[in-house]
Design a protein around this ligand. Structure first.
Ligand code: UN1
Length: 500
């Protein structure tokens, strides 16, 4: 047994995951070395249908529980996450290749959203509105929606699940979770902790994990009328498939899809901040966040300086295997196909006027694993290639002459997730955050586009799908608003003065 497989099995034991070896099992390679990790069970189509059935049966009792009591279960889940933070982070490093600090950050994000959900469990509520009729009350009741599906991606295998699940649970929904095929172990571990909290409260079936190996087996999550909401995170292409299919049966969707996030660097910017913010946002997580910085739109007078400074910072970054090595800044890509896409984009850039400045080279770290240096490519203008999301550490540098042009370049992509401007000029900041500025769901000033806190609503516009998760009033997506009129008079006046 390899060291990594050993470590994965030890982590699962610590969490208390028992793999039922009577079901079909499969092992997934670690992106660190391509060695197979501990085996995990798989769920076939019948298993998905059974999970929907259980989540449906569990719904009435859960929906009927007072929201603060549901919050207490989420609080217990958050405490279990605190207790097992490092072990869970290890599983993320093993399955996704994140450096330890980012893997722990992902678990912290789960803990944070649990805290948020616990607070919300005493807050979610509606308006009381003036009725036009005497002796009447007009108010909004927010009710649980029903069983929902959460489909998550490999790159935030645990946090995005818990963003949805912690909030959905306090809202009174039951959840069927289909994680990425790449990340069964962190999914088993996260589920085991939530199941413990739910079991202790006497609501064992409220959460269901389905580990399908073939995406087609998960189709009932899209097609079954009992699933009232499908919250899906992944590529825009996945969203094009999932969105219309669920809406065809009038199911609700919450989509968090591709980004093509940019930072505008203006002449008034604090360049030290801009460089640091850009390096983390572009090269952190090996460029595999949906919020990763992919386009640097720089005032022409600063383009060379910014490119040189980011290039020098990149040279200081250690690319390597982050397992038990905290000196590494950039871990592996998830697999070879991610590198093929990056390579392809770099080759196409070279033949379409792109100027390779630095990076994009393979780094040999061990016998397996796909390690690559982060790349910067100068482009004289934004091309269709730049408008595509390449899910790798590839930063395009685009010069601009005036801010209107910068904002036009910024918005001239299909996606609309995260954005930022580095400036010390309040007028530039105001234009960027104002109605004709950035068209994204996340708009930052002097902060890179990645690394959002859970307190705000997270999501984006256009081809990013329009969904909002985590903070602010994103909880409303998981509930059914009932506009309620109560007549407490002895008369029956009709609205609009109608006589009948
Ligand atoms: C994602 O990549 O799908 O804002 C989520 C961020 C993180 C979440 C990223 N809080 O970068």
């Amino acid at each position: 047994m390899s060291e990594l497989q050993d470590a994965a099995e030890a982590a699962l034991r610590t969490i208390g995951v028992n793999v039922d070896e009577t079901t079909p099992i499969r092992s997934v390679p670690s992106p660190l070395t391509e060695e197979l990790l501990a085996p995990a069970p798989t769920t076939d189509r019948a298993g998905v249908e059974a999970a929907i059935e259980r989540a449906t049966s569990a719904f009435p009792a859960w929906a009927d529980l007072p929201a603060p009591a549901r919050g207490a279960v989420v609080r217990r889940f958050g405490d279990l996450l605190r207790e097992h933070k490092d072990t869970l982070a290890d599983l993320i490093t093993l399955e996704v290749g994140k450096i330890a600090s980012e893997a722990r950050g992902e678990i912290q994000e789960m803990i944070d959203v649990c805290d948020l959900a616990v607070g919300l469990s005493r807050q979610v509520g509606g308006l009381t509105l003036p009725s036009e009729r005497p002796g009447h009350q007009l108010l909004e009741n927010w009710n649980p929606l029903g069983p929902i599906a959460v489909i998550s991606a490999f790159n935030f295998p645990a946090a995005v699940w818990s963003w949805n699940t912690a909030i959905a649970l306090i809202c009174g929904d039951t959840v069927v979770w289909k994680p990425s095929e790449r990340t069964p172990l962190i999914s088993l571990a996260g589920s085991a902790l939530l199941d413990r909290a739910l079991d202790e409260a006497g609501h064992p079936d409220v959460h269901q994990l389905v580990l399908t190996a073939d995406p087609e087996d998960a189709a009932p999550l899209l097609d079954d009328d009992r699933i009232r909401l499908v919250s899906a995170t992944g590529s825009t292409r996945m969203g094009e498939h999932v969105g219309p299919r669920v809406q065809r049966r009038f199911g609700r969707v919450l989509l968090e899809l591709g980004g093509n996030n940019a930072a505008i660097i203006t002449p008034s910017a604090d360049l030290d901040l801009a460089v640091r913010g850009s390096v983390f946002a572009a090269a952190g997580t090996a460029g595999q966040r949906c919020t990763t910085l992919r386009r640097l739109i720089v005032h022409r007078s600063l383009a060379d300086e910014m490119t040189d400074r980011i290039g020098s910072a990149y040279e200081q970054l250690a690319v390597g295997n982050p397992w038990r090595n905290d000196d590494v800044h950039v871990g592996p890509l998830i697999d070879e196909s991610a590198y093929d896409n990056m390579r392809d984009a770099l080759d196409r850039a070279e033949t379409s006027g792109g100027q390779r400045v630095t990076g994009g080279e393979r780094v040999t770290v061990g016998p397996g694993g796909c390690y690559v240096t982060p790349a910067i490519v100068g482009m004289s203008k934004q091309t269709d290639l730049v408008r595509e999301e390449t899910f790798a550490p590839l930063l395009w540098v685009l010069p601009y002459d005036d801010l209107d042009e910068a904002i036009a370049i910024h918005n001239d992509v299909p996606q609309g997730l995260a954005s930022s401007i580095f400036t010390r000029d309040v007028r530039e900041a105001g234009r960027f955050t104002g109605p004709l500025g950035s068209d994204c769901g996340i708009v930052n000033v002097n902060v890179g586009p990645s690394g959002a806190e859970v307190g705000g609503a997270f999501g984006g516009e256009k081809a990013t799908g329009g969904g909002r998760e985590t903070g602010s009033d994103a909880w409303k997506a998981y509930m059914r608003r009932a506009t309620t009129t109560i007549n407490h008079s002895d008369e029956l006046p009709l609205a609009q003065g109608v006589e009948f």
